[in-house]
Design a protein around this ligand. Structure first.
Ligand SMILES: *Cc1c(COP(=O)(O)O)cnc(C)c1O
Length: 330
């Protein structure tokens, strides 16, 4: 779908942080089967996992850049460096890493990237190869009207004049929706692959939890640690096997929700390590132990559930822990 958005540009896949908590090996394998040939990770160690999953054809770039102790992995797992600082450029060439690399420039994010003013000097930096890719990163792509986007676009175009014919990449997921000017040769969607970031992208994940107990709470009683929720009337409750030990953030206590049979059931009381209690008033008599309640998915949008926990979808999904049992549909 993201490929179709911009004819001519290729969508890569950002699979850092264990593919945003979804499982880097399985997700990369599925995307590779679906035709994806370029992957981005943050660490060389993550790159090794993706390489083992996708075979030798794909290109895998390491966003955080090379570290001395990782240099052998670039050769042994055929990884591509992303050079973000003068020190990384020096390390890469002194280490004689015979692998393709990208140069990443800072066009306004002030996070990680070479100064745009260095672009000219880097074209003749004594390198054996031209870079395989020149890239930058947008700070405010989720606000299409923000003038920062066009400022960064202009700065990036300026950098590219120093690298004629080299592939270029600017946009993350949100950037994919800023129009064809931002597409260049390669886009780098992450969260959109997993159903976050809005724009009607289909959810890539469904998180469900099993009901362990259905019981009735009486008016005046409280629910959970710290007695933070008091029942104002007799209330059907259900307790499910999910908690902050799974990465379902405790800050969603008394705020988030589960969905059973299409009905939203509010989280009542504190989320504990392994358990969450829900108010089942919306599905009286229909909830049973063994039923699965949806916490993320089509009926429980990632960004909305995250907002209830005071965060963004990125933090919620990347935090889903190893205890969450994962099954893959293709
Ligand atoms: C994480 C990351 C992405 C992906 O961002 P999303 O907002 O998840 O699409 C793209 N490019 C870089 C440099 C990143 O660090």
């Amino acid at each position: 779908m993201l490929n179709a958005l911009h004819a001519g540009a290729e969508a890569s896949a950002v699979v850092k942080a264990n593919a945003y908590g979804h499982g880097a090996a399985e997700v990369s394998k599925a995307l590779s089967k679906a035709g994806c040939t370029t992957f981005f990770v943050a660490y060389a160690g993550e790159g090794v996992i993706v390489r083992d999953a996708v075979g030798l054809e794909a290109r895998i770039f390491v966003l955080n850049g090379p570290r001395t102790e990782d240099l052998p992995l670039y050769e042994s797992s055929a990884l591509c460096g992303v050079l973000n600082t003068a020190a990384q450029v020096e390390l890469w060439f002194k280490g004689r890493v015979k692998r393709p690399f990208a140069l990443k420039f800072d066009t306004g994010m002030n996070r990680l990237g070479l100064p745009t003013s260095e672009a000219g000097a880097l074209t003749d930096a004594g390198t054996d190869l031209p870079p395989a890719l020149v890239m930058s990163h947008l700070a405010y792509a989720d606000d299409a009207d923000n003038p920062m986007n066009s400022r960064q676009l202009e700065a990036f175009r300026g950098v590219l004049t120093c690298f004629p014919g080299v592939l270029a990449s600017l946009s993350n997921s949100a950037g994919c929706f800023l129009g064809p000017d931002f597409a260049f040769d390669l886009t780098r969607p992450g969260i959109a692959l997993y159903g976050g970031g809005g724009h009607g992208v289909q959810p890539g994940i469904t998180l469900t939890a099993e009901i362990l107990s259905v019981h009735d709470g009486r008016a005046g009683e409280t629910v959970g640690y710290g007695a933070t929720h008091q029942l104002t009337e007799d209330t059907p409750l259900a307790t499910v096997a999910l908690g902050y030990g799974d990465g379902f953030l405790r800050s969603g206590s008394n705020a988030g929700f589960g969905v059973l049979k299409g009905a939203r059931c509010p989280i009542v009381g504190r989320i504990s390590m392994d358990l969450i209690t829900l108010d089942m008033s919306a599905v009286v008599g229909k909830a049973q132990a063994g039923d699965h309640v949806e916490f993320l998915g089509a009926a429980a949008p990632l960004d909305e559930q995250a907002a209830q926990a005071g965060t963004i979808g990125y933090e919620l999904v990347t935090g889903l822990g190893p205890r969450v049992e994962r099954t893959y549909e293709r």
